[in-house]
Design a protein around this ligand. Structure first.
Ligand SMILES: [Fe+2]
Ligand SMILES: [Fe+2]
Length: 313
């Protein structure tokens, strides 16, 4: 990062003002979800691995995953908004533009949570009963926020970079996606672009205040958070697999059920862990803030080969 933080905070404020949108007027626009449409592209759902799905079942496979995808953002934004609010304290009597940038960031994440609650209720109208997303956002946020700010910011940058990547490389490029889904993630993306920059600025600032021992403990915290995230997505993949099997309209063989459940888990691990940890910019920032043994520990815990770092460098 060669540009001064004060200038970057100012750019984030300007961009936040320029791109601001309204949930009903700009995103929903009186539309409903059409069950004929896909909700997520195959590059994210890995539907290509489930060869026995009929052309009519493929969109449904993407709808189950798309519903969880929206709910996952609503879930993580609870702790992101709380952490960013907490960080504003360090700017109260300092750079007022930095303070404003973080307040706007929090405001946007509160709006995004409302957008994803609205999305869940609209998707619920278009899909069969029986879907469950059992995570309580406050309980998850409480557990996450018990960890060090360094670790929470690492997890947050990871999430905000993969959300941008998914939009730019997959969602934006898929013309068969539901127009409403594309608008939700397009508008989410335009505000998220500032967030990733702010995460990085704050992560670097917090890091500068840590000694080697504290950073080592923060690395352990980050590994714990990645483990907790993996636990959530594995249980959600299991529940979503069972929901699909019960509601897809025909009896699958046990080997088909096994493939379907495994694909769901592989897709979620890729969506929520691998695509963020392997993101070239995430790896570049992480590598600049950790020593070799710390970096190796994180990558091992996330199931990422060290070669990914050399590719990113
Ligand atoms: Fe967001
Ligand atoms: Fe965000």
């Amino acid at each position: 990062m060669d540009t001064l933080p004060s200038e970057l905070f100012a750019r984030c404020v300007a961009a936040s003002k320029r791109v601001r949108w309204d949930i009903e007027a700009d995103v929903i626009r009186d539309r409903r979800f059409d069950p004929a449409h896909k909700f997520l592209p195959e590059t994210l759902t890995l539907a290509g691995a489930v060869r026995f799905l009929s052309p009519a079942e493929k969109p449904y496979f993407s709808q189950v995953q798309g519903r969880t995808y929206a709910n996952m953002f609503g879930l993580v934004e609870r702790f992101i908004a709380a952490k960013v609010t907490e960080l504003t304290r360090d700017h109260w009597f300092g750079d007022q533009v930095a303070f404003e940038a973080l307040v706007r960031f929090t405001d946007e994440e509160l709006k995004h949570q409302e957008l994803f609650r609205r999305t869940e209720s609209l998707i619920g109208e278009a899909m069969p009963a029986g879907y469950s997303f059992p995570w309580e956002p406050n309980a998850v946020a409480g557990a996450v926020l018990s960890k060090s700010s360094w670790a929470v910011l690492a997890l947050t940058l990871h999430i905000e970079l993969f959300s941008q990547l998914h939009y730019r490389e997959s969602i934006r490029e898929d013309n068969e996606l539901s127009p409403l889904v594309r608008d939700i993630f397009r508008l989410h993306w335009v505000e998220e672009s500032q967030h990733a920059l702010l995460d990085e600025l704050e992560w670097r600032r917090v890091d500068a205040g840590l000694d080697t021992e504290a950073r080592d403990r923060a690395v352990d915290d980050f590994i714990d958070l990645l483990g907790a995230l993996d636990g959530i997505i594995a249980a959600q993949a299991d529940g979503d697999g069972a929901y699909f099997i019960q509601t897809c309209g025909r009896r699958l063989t046990s080997s088909e059920e096994g493939i379907l459940r495994q694909t769901m888990l592989d897709a979620y691990r890729r969506q929520y862990i691998a695509s963020g940890i392997r993101h070239p910019h995430f790896l570049a920032v992480l590598s600049s803030l950790t020593d070799q043994p710390q970096l190796a520990r994180i990558l091992r815990a996330a199931g990422v080969a060290p070669g990914a770092v050399r590719q990113a460098a």
